[in-house]
Write a protein that binds this ligand. Sequence first.
Ligand code: DI6
Ligand code: FE
Length: 405
Amino acid sequence: MWDKLWYNASLVDESGTQLTNHAIAVNDSKIAWVGPMEEKLIGNARKTHDCHQRVITPGLIDCHTHLVYAGNRANEFTMRLQGLTYAEIAQAGGGIKSTVKMTRLASEDELLQQALPRLCAMIKQGVTTVEVKSGYGLNACTELKMLRVAKKLENATGMRIKKTFLGAHAIPDEMDADSYIDYLCDDVLPHAYEQELVDAVDIFSESIAFNLAQTEKLLTKAVALGLAIKCHAEQLSDIGASGLAASLGALSCDHLEYISDESLQKMAMHDTVAVLLPGAYYFLKETTPPPITKMRKYGIKMALATDCNPGSSPTTSLSLMMNMACTLFGLTVTEAYQAVTLNAAKALGLSKDIGQLKAGFHADFILWPFTDIAELCYGFGVDYDKQLIVGGTLFSLDSIDSGIK
Ligand code: DI6
Ligand code: FE
C-alpha cells in the first residue's frame, strides 16, 4: 500500500524521454515506485491524482546562486549602458565591493528579509533545491552571517539549500590577495566548517580576482577538511583554473566561456560538471559563448543556473536560463532539462538523492500544465500554473507569498 499515487502522467526520465501513461507512487517523503500505468494500481494507494498526461519532472535545481546580499547595483547597470565594462567598474571600486559594503552593514534579519522574496520567486518557478554562496562579506563576521542566513532560508521555506563558502570572491581593501587567502584558510573557513555552515568551497579565479596558486591553496585546504569544491573559472579570460580545480576533484567549474581544450580534457577526465550561466553572459553582453560543441564531444555533463546576484545576473528565473541556454548557447531541450535536474544534482553532490524520478529518490517533483517537455524551455518570462510536490506533499505556493512557510 502506498501513501500517494500520481497516475496518467508523462514522466520525464533521466535521458529527457517522456514516458506517457506512467505513474509515480510515494511513501513518506520518498519515491516508492515508478512505472507504466495499470488500472489496478489505483487501489494500491490511499490518495490518487489523475494527471491527464501532463508532464512531471523532478523539482528543478538552481545549483549556482549568490542569493543572499544586501541592496542592489542598478546604478552600475546605468554606468554599463553608458559604456563602462564590468571589469572597469570593479577596478574603480564598484562591483562586488559595493555589495560587500551594504552586506556588512545589514543585520542578519535584514539579509534574510531581502533574500526570502528572491527564494520565493525561484520556488514559484518549480525550483526545490538551491545552492547559496557567501562572498559579500570578505571577513569572518559577515561571511558567517551570510551562511547563517542561507541556513535560515531552508527552515523558512522547507526547500533544500546547499551552502557554499565563497570567501574568495574578491580581494578586500584591508589585505593583499595572498594574506587574504591565508586568513580564509586559517581563520574563516575552519570556523564556518566547525559551525556546520559549509557544504562546499568556491573561489573566483580570474585575472581581476585570485590567481592559480591562491586557488590551489584554498581548494586544497577545503579538500583536507573533507569539503566539496567548485570554481568560478574562465568567465572573463582563460587562466587554467578549471583544469586545476578539476584535477583537485571539483564537483563543478562554472561559467567557462574562455576555457581551453586542455582544461576541458581535465574536466572530462575527472567527471567535473560544467555549470553554464547564460544570465551573466547575457547581462554582461559577452560575445564568446562557452564551447558547447566541445563539451559534448568530451562528454562533459552540463548544468545550468541563474547565478542570481546583483552585479552580473540579477535574475531569479531558472526558466529564463533554460530558454537562453537553448537560444544563446545552442543547447537542446533535452540538454537544458538535464542541466536543471540530474546534472545540477551532480554539481551539488546530490546525484543519489534528487534530480531523477526514481524509486528511493526524494519525492520532490513538479506537475506542469503542459504535455510537451519542450514547453519548459519554449516560453520566456512566462509563469506556468504548476503544482509542486515537495517531500511527497503538495506544496502551497500561497503559503510562501508572505515569504514564510
Ligand atoms: N562572477 C560573477 O559573475 C559574479 N561573481 C563572480 O565571481 C558577480 C558577482 C557580483 O558582481 O556581485
Ligand atoms: Fe557566480
